[in-house]
Ligand binder design. Structure first.
Ligand code: NDP
Length: 354
């Protein structure tokens, strides 16, 4: 059986990647930052059987940059790099997000290049590395991004934020310095991955996946809702009560996490080399709230009313990630939005029952 190494196995997306590769007959090894985190994954209901069968294992690599990947990479056929901070807080400095994202990518991709058994590397990048986050959604209205698009921010600009922006621009962007830094970290880590893959001594295929917001159920049904990461947190925040405000959506393109995992496995099966945008369509928080209310009428008191039926993703200015290339090369189809909402809410409900 082939083996895939997934970095950052504890993550929302990484767990779905593990689930998908296991169901396609792969053995899965994942890097985690501590033994406790590794045991946590093996104990998740979705993975107990695979762990008991020895098909899912973890390797502790405490530091994504300086860690030793020799044991983790040994005999691995595919490497999927997913470990990276997903943090949009303004309190985080550029170095705090850049270093694990960019230097971590270099460490993982160089280690993969050294291990002769590795034939394919999948790098989890983002729409963040394609889109121009220094423009407002109004300025981007109607713009379509694809695999030829790059976030134009330079390292120097990212490092000097917020000083590189005028006061007016900062206000127009809602002061989202942390979000801009995160997006820059995704761009420069993707560039690092591409640079390594082009070195003459590197012999494996590289697929770069660029998803926008990734939504859907979590397989980590043990961690309490309030401690879940960014993607599941979107749904948790929308269970704040009928009178709570519906937060404005800063991002309007999405893909279901299970469809993204399908893209990864197909890219490996089909030996796809290159960069792929993977998006199902548009969403916004009001749309999520309204679909939740319809799909789960008994949760009505917990779901903000907001402005019923007024969807910024339909009526408002928006950009679009065109993922025609992924659809064509990978033969992808995307599940309906209701399935994404249903899965996310059901996984939160099962955490609440535990
Ligand atoms: P999660 O926050 O759920 O998982 C992040 C993973 O990275 C965890 O395993 C975490 O480990 C690890 N990690 C975070 N910071 C560090 C660090 N400094 N050193 C080592 N490991 C670290 O994120 P997602 O699953 O949502 O995202 C996974 C990848 O997908 C990221 O690269 C992200 O940029 C990308 N992506 C995500 C999108 C989304 O909407 N969620 C959209 C587009 C791309 P630990 O558990 O120990 O903290």
């Amino acid at each position: 059986m082939p083996t895939v190494l997934i970095t950052g196995l504890t993550g929302f997306i990484a767990l779905h990647m593990a689930d998908r590769f296991l169901s396609e007959g792969y053995n899965v090894r994942g890097t985690v930052r501590s033994k406790e985190k590794g045991e946590h994954v093996l104990w998740l209901p979705a993975f107990r059987q695979a762990a008991a069968d020895g098909r899912l294992q973890y390797c502790v690599v405490e530091d994504v940059i300086t860690g030793d990947y020799t044991r983790a990479m040994k005999g691995v056929d595919v490497v999927l790099h997913a470990a990276s901070p997903v943090n949009m807080s303004n309190d985080q400095t550029w170095e705090e997000i850049r270093d694990p994202a960019v230097n971590g990518t270099m460490a993982v991709h160089l280690a993969a290049a050294k291990e002769s058994s590795v034939k394919h590397v999948v790098h989890l990048s983002s729409f963040a590395s394609m889109c121009n986050w220094l423009e407002t959604m109004e300025e981007q209205d109607g713009r379509v991004y694809d695999e030829t698009s790059w976030n134009p921010i330079t390292e120097n600009e990212a490092a000097r934020l917020p000083d590189t922006l005028s006061k007016e621009r900062l206000i127009a962007l809602g002061g989202m310095i942390g979000g801009i830094r995160y997006c820059a970290s995704k761009k420069f880590s993707e560039l690092a991955a591409l640079e390594i893959s082009r070195r003459p001594e590197v012999n494996c295929k590289l697929t770069v996946l660029c998803p926008p917001t990734v939504l859907g159920p979590t397989l980590d049904t043990i961690t309490p809702p309030a401690q879940q990461g960014w993607s599941v947190g979107t749904f948790v925040a929308l269970l704040a009560g009928k009178q709570a405000p519906v937060p404005p959506a800063a991002l309007l393109n999405y893909v279901d996490v299970r469809d993204l995992a399908q893209a990864a496995i197909r890219a490996v099966e089909r030996g796809v080399d290159g960069r792929l945008g993977v998006a199902a369509g548009h969403y916004d928080h009001q749309l999520i709230a309204d679909r939740m209310r319809t799909l789960f009428p008994h949760l009505g008191e917990r779901i903000p009313l907001g402005h019923l039926g007024e969807y910024p993703s339909i009526k408002g200015p928006k950009n679009t990630l065109n993922s025609a290339k992924a659809s064509e090369l990978l033969g992808l189809s995307y599940r309906p939005f209701d399935e994404t909402v249903r899965g996310a809410v059901e996984s939160i409900s099962s955490m609440e029952r535990m």
